[in-house]
Structures are given as C-alpha cells and as structure tokens.
Design a protein around this ligand. Structure first.
Ligand code: FE2
Length: 147
C-alpha cells in the first residue's frame, strides 16, 4: 500500500530551495511565548511566479512520546505573481515565510511542510526542549537543523 509519507521530499535546505527552514530556540521555557519562523528558499531563492511558486507552508508539533501531531499554523501565499495588470507584475509579491508566536508545555518535534505547485511536498523538522517554568533556559539562540 502506498503511504502519504511517500509524497514528502526531504533534503538539506542549504542545497535544495524547496525545503522549509525552521528557526526558533532549541530550548524554551514552559508557558513562555516564543517565535517560530518558517521560510522556504533561505539559501537558494525559489521562484515566485504564476507558473512556479510556493503555494503554502504548514507547521505541526508532536510532543515527545506521543503519536499524534498537532497542527500549529498554516499560511497560504495567495499573491504568487498575480496582478490585474499582467502576470508576474504583482504589486505585493508574497514572500515564502511566516512567523508564528506560540508556546509549548512539553518537549517535542516541530515539523514543517511546504508545497511547490510544480515540485510537490517538502518537509523538515526540529527538536525543541522545554525547560520547566521557574528554571532558566540555557540558550535562546536559533539553530537550524535538517530533518
Ligand atoms: Fe519549485
């Protein structure tokens, strides 16, 4: 039987322009709001035209030791080259990034998925450790990781 996972492509985001990049701290304090930035084409720009564009990105969170992943956010890039004047002369070209403010109460894995209208689905992931409230987080530096 074919599996949905077979549709997902994974690769080094520094060498492949479709792979979503997850940027946030490796360690966060339980209950503290922090930002997760998800972008596509961070190292190698992806086209943003009517014919070829990133249509959407999504973020999920899977708590450590649990089977279920929870949807955190999604973003549709609606203005991919669209214009009332002529194609690819859009006055507000969509970027390929979103930033989400969220909080976690358990350690786990953040998953990202992006969809290119020509090249399909791409994934990445990043582990995040949650420090119990009342203890100081050791580092809030962003570290980028490939899945
Ligand atoms: Fe593409």
């Amino acid at each position: 039987m074919a599996e949905f996972a077979d549709l997902l492509n994974a690769y080094d985001w520094k060498k492949e322009k479709h792979v979503p990049v997850i940027e946030c701290g490796d360690r966060v304090k339980a209950g503290d709001t922090f930002d997760i930035k998800l972008s596509v084409g961070k190292e190698i720009a992806h086209p943003n035209t009517v014919d070829h564009h990133i249509r959407w990105v999504q973020l999920y969170f899977q708590p450590e030791g649990e089977k279920t992943g929870y949807p955190l956010a999604n973003c549709d890039f609606s203005a991919c080259g669209e214009s009332t004047q002529e194609p690819d002369k859009d006055p507000a070209p969509a970027g390929h990034a979103m930033t989400v403010a969220t909080m976690l109460n358990k350690s786990g894995t953040i998953f990202a998925v992006s969809f290119c209208n020509i090249h399909g689905l791409w994934e990445n992931s990043k582990d995040v450790t949650v420090i119990p409230a009342g203890r100081k987080a050791a580092s809030r530096d962003c570290k980028i990781q490939n899945g």
